[in-house]
Write a protein that binds this ligand. Structure first.
Ligand SMILES: Cc1ncc(C[n+]2csc(CCOP(=O)(O)OP(=O)(O)O)c2C)c(N)n1
Ligand SMILES: CC(=O)[C@@H](O)[C@H](O)COP(=O)(O)O
Ligand SMILES: [Mg+2]
Length: 629
């Protein structure tokens, strides 16, 4: 018998499906998800958890007229499969293939793009307001996970929507997980609601009981409407969402299609904002993912039978080296505390958490709070180490500027996943951090050339009495020896790695090693390139730059950051400030555009940041401008 899924080319194709057919389709979708993600990598567990929900949404509503907004967007694979992307689903996260996140340019069914969390209620509200201003008629449905509900922006939006009383549906997909186990008081509140009787049942039982009181029962029942508000607070823990102006439905089994369809149908006639609380299981339907939802949240290619991730041999990752170094430093310094915004594993803090649980804080998906929390701790003599991916640190920009740097507080920012991250794509590349950090007064900005230097940078940071940011890439280090003794680096001092008279590479971070390879290729072409590891984007090594300007006169800056406002710009500013106007500067880095998804090495090549690309650019530059002055 053919698969039902083969006939699904758009949401209209499932409209007449019976419940039995929808359930069969759910099974087929799960197979496709597991098969594709096992080959391409991706966010498996979140998608396995929303199969029934997505089917119900597409059955009950009419996309693209009705708008679905997926928070983070990592759980939108099923939506993609049902909205004309079934056949291209095998290209998920591949170069030129479909994105792992909703993208407006990819499909008219992707009402709003995402990748960062907690934006769905705001964007859904914006769409709903625009609809009402235009006098249009359609439904707007935001789907937010319990993890994403720990982010402050979600509350800003709930606050606004509840106040407006606008027609808007928020579906809370509660699986008790962020990437790791969800944290926080809201998460505890949701847990209480999970075990509480539903509000409507409480109301019904209450009225039934009151009517049974002889003589006065009927009268009291009439007043039940009036007193229900106070009683429901007594009987149902919380009802926070109702207090905020939402009509609450739930909790409902998020894997039961008839129940979801039933509640979606009920909410259609409700005036004002609605919140539907669904209970789902992350990883549902694939035992390895059900047992390890965190491992299968975002997973590399794996073997379907065993659930084992296909390992690529390699040096320890920068993340691991950071985590190990922090544990060692924390042994010597009891003031060191570590903070993560819902990513203890991804940022390498699991060991620290296990060893120093009282000095470890997972604040939820709350980067802004994480930064200001650290600032507060730093005022009291603690040495907070805030480990956040570069892309998510964008959320904490003002907190870094206003709460940390303005008060010159010694907070250490560890920016993992800096530069090109690969398959997650435009929403996740950490290519703006030099630009958004280096202009902030008091800030020291470093990037290690390898994993060993990362240790010494972190050690150095703990010795300073000012804010420091250290940024490093996703993935394995170079496999260099990790020195047992930490070295305190001189602040703002670059490191000359090799001499050369024709041109100098002034490179930073992972680009240093690439420049060493490029220098070898240039040598074959008769060009002698010096390689300098800048180490610091701020403060720059002015003395070294002046010297290089005098001795060589052609400087090539290389960075895996956008050129706009980045490291090369800093060097140019310095050269200009010193009137070194004879120096020829070539800046290599990323262009003024959002970089697509694809393998990291492929993208670096695409943008001329592999050794061959750098060699080609530099050879042409040197041939054009010749030797010094
Ligand atoms: C601003 C921001 N910080 C961190 C992340 C990393 N991140 C992606 S998904 C996720 C957990 C989301 O949990 P939840 O919303 O409950 O969705 P689930 O995966 O459980 O379905 C995190 C922390 C992010 N995408 N955006
Ligand atoms: C959706 C999201 O933001 C995270 O799951 C992210 O994809 C994790 O990236 P890493 O795989 O680099 O930890
Ligand atoms: Mg969750």
């Amino acid at each position: 018998m053919g698969k039902l899924l083969d006939g699904i080319n758009g949401p209209q194709d499932l409209k007449n499906f019976s419940m039995g057919q929808l359930e069969k389709l759910a099974g087929e979708i799960r197979e496709l998800l597991i098969h594709t993600v096992s080959a391409n990598g991706g966010h498996l567990a979140p998608n396995l958890g929303v199969v029934e929900l997505t089917l119900a949404l597409h059955k009950a509503f009419d996309s693209p007229k009705d708008k679905f907004i997926w928070d983070v967007g990592h759980q939108a694979y099923v939506h993609k499969i049902l909205t004309g992307r079934r056949e291209t689903f095998s290209t998920l996260r591949k170069t030129g293939g479909i994105s792992g996140f909703p993208k407006r340019c990819e499909s008219q069914h992707d009402a709003f793009g995402a990748g960062h969390s907690s934006t769905s209620i705001s964007s859904a509200l914006g769409i709903a307001l625009a609809r009402d201003i235009s006098g249009d008629k359609y439904n707007v449905i935001g789907v937010i996970g319990d993890g994403s509900l720990t982010g402050g922006q979600a509350y800003e939006a709930l606050n606004h929507a509840g106040h407006l009383g606008i027609n808007l549906t928020v579906i809370l997909n509660d699986n008790e997980m962020s990437i790791a186990k969800n944290v926080g008081a809201m998460s505890e509140y949701l847990a209480k609601m999970r075990t509480a009787p539903t509000y409507s049942k409480v109301k019904h039982d209450l009225e039934y009981l009151l009517r049974r009181i002889p003589a006065i029962g009927d009268t009291v029942a009439k007043t039940a409407e009036r007193v229900k508000d106070s009683l429901k607070y007594l009987l149902v823990p919380g009802m926070l969402f109702e207090e905020l102006g939402f009509t609450y439905f739930g909790p409902i089994d998020g894997h039961n299609i008839p129940s979801i369809l039933d509640v979606l149908d009920k909410t259609k006639s409700v005036q004002g904002p609605v919140l539907i609380h669904l209970l789902t299981q992350k990883g549902k339907g694939y035992t390895p993912a059900e047992c390890n939802p965190d491992k299968f949240h975002g997973v590399n290619p794996f073997c379907i039978e065993t659930g084992e991730v296909i390992k690529t041999e390699g040096a320890p990752s920068y993340t691991q080296v950071f985590g190990d170094t922090l544990v060692k430093l924390a042994e010597q310094n009891p003031n060191i505390v570590a903070i993560t915004a819902a990513m203890p594993e991804g940022t390498g803090l699991k060991k620290f958490c296990a060893k120093y649980p009282k000095r470890f804080f997972d604040v939820g998906i709350a980067e802004q709070h994480a930064v200001t929390l650290a600032a507060g701790m730093a005022t009291q003599g603690k040495r907070p180490v805030v480990a956040i991916y570069s892309t998510f640190m964008q959320r904490g920009y003002d907190q870094i500027l206003h709460d940390v740097c303005l008060q010159n507080l010694p907070v250490i920012f560890m920016l993992d996943r800096a530069g090109i991250v690969g398959e997650d794509g435009a929403t996740h590349h950490g290519v703006f951090d030099y630009s958004f950090l280096r202009h902030i007064p008091n800030m020291v900005v470093m990037a290690p050339k390898d994993e060993d230097e990362l240790q010494h940078m972190l050690y150095t940071a703990t010795k300073l009495n000012e804010p420091v940011a250290i940024r490093y890439p996703r993935g394995n280090g170079l496999g260099v020896e990790l020195k047992q003794e930490f070295t305190r680096l001189e602040i703002g001092k670059a490191e000359e790695l090799q001499p050369g008279k024709d041109v100098v590479f002034l490179a930073v971070g992972t680009m240093v090693e690439t420049c060493r390879s490029a220098a070898r290729l240039l040598a074959e072409k008769g060009i002698a390139a010096s390689v300098v590891n800048a180490r610091f984007v701020k403060p720059l090594d002015g003395q070294a730059i002046r010297q290089l300007a005098r001795d060589i006169g052609i400087i090539v800056t290389v960075e895996d950051n956008v050129l706009a406002g980045g490291f090369g710009s800093a060097v140019l500013e310095y050269i200009n400030s010193q009137n070194l106007n004879w120096v020829k500067v070539l800046r290599l880095g990323l262009p003024d555009k959002y970089i697509e998804h694809g393998p990291r090495s492929y993208l670096l090549t695409q943008y001329g940041l592999d050794s061959q690309g750098i060699t080609t650019s530099v050879e042409a530059f040197v041939r054009q401008f010749g030797a010094k002055k």
